[in-house]
Design a protein around this ligand. Sequence first.
Ligand SMILES: *Cc1c(COP(=O)(O)O)cnc(C)c1O
Length: 369
Amino acid sequence: MTMPIIYNFSAGPAVLPESVLRQAQSEMFDYNGTGFSVMTMSHRSDVFMSILYHAEQDLRQLMNIPNNYKVLFLQGGASAQFNMVVMNLANGFKRVDSVVTGNWSRIAHNQMGKLSDTKIHLAAHGGELYDYTDLPDPSTWDVSPDSAFVHYVINETVHGLQYRDVPKPFANQLPPMVCDMSSEILSRPINVADFGLIYAGAQKNIGPSGATIVIIREDLLDRCSDRIPDVWNYKSHVERQGMYNTPATYPIYISGLVFRWLQSQGGVASMQTINALKAKKLYEAIDGSGGFYTNKVAARARSQMNVVFHAPTPELDKLFAQESTTRGLRLLKGYKTMGGMRASIYNAMPLQGVEALIDFMGEFQKRYG
Ligand SMILES: *Cc1c(COP(=O)(O)O)cnc(C)c1O
């Protein structure tokens, strides 16, 4: 029996392009003739500084990041940002507006108030309104221009929800929008200038865990008080060109390889086209199954990155997860609180992977439907 091709549907750490892994493998012992592995070189060496520089430049090119935005590769994951954004940007403000639309924004909402006297105001609650199967329209968010910022999660990785459009009422106005883009960064073109700050853990749609990307509008750095310890202070990191302390060198190197790969694929505009096609096919397979597979998310809010679905019973969910694994379709089991399945179909998931999943879904239904 031949080994099936493995397709990795993990929500994160997630699939990486095969060519990126092969390049990392070939450079593992000797990066570019240096005789060193990237993993073992000083972060202050010219070689690593160049890796960091090019990773930033390539990210700037891919996302078309305006010059008045700074780019940082930090550590601590997206979770650390829940608090860093408040520590740094809410000084002297009475209120932060927070939109809760699923698992991650709910956690962010609960964490943001810690270590801070600023009121974290619930601007909209998708759980109360829709049981997290739809997204509150931005025009209904209760946001004040006097707030430090409005925080939201653009793609809810666990609940499989995604804001299709950037909220327009606030674009380029007060308060600035702070957006968690962990599970969709680089999946489609967005206008960075619509945001005050964007952050994303790299381990979803970029690949390796350990690096957290922060894109911050320059003028907001004036809010970062000197009383904030340097390691948590955006301004300190910007002033030291991301070298305040040792950055996550290897994840930054891998991220840089992913950026190059994205450029070779035609950039985020091409990604958008293929991502839309992958998601369309998968949702069509769910909706066309005559009710065997279900996804309750409203059409306008369905995520193109994380597709959640259920088989008719928890027993069949379990069986689906088991049998798909032996077929090379890996890590499809849903998040612990959600049950069912979740197919994370990030940039690096090829269309063939989605087609293999759809084939298996049909076959599974034939046997158990
Ligand atoms: C995974 C995830 C997080 C948490 O990321 P960590 O890097 O583990 O802290 C936060 N927000 C979103 C949208 C995520 O998908």
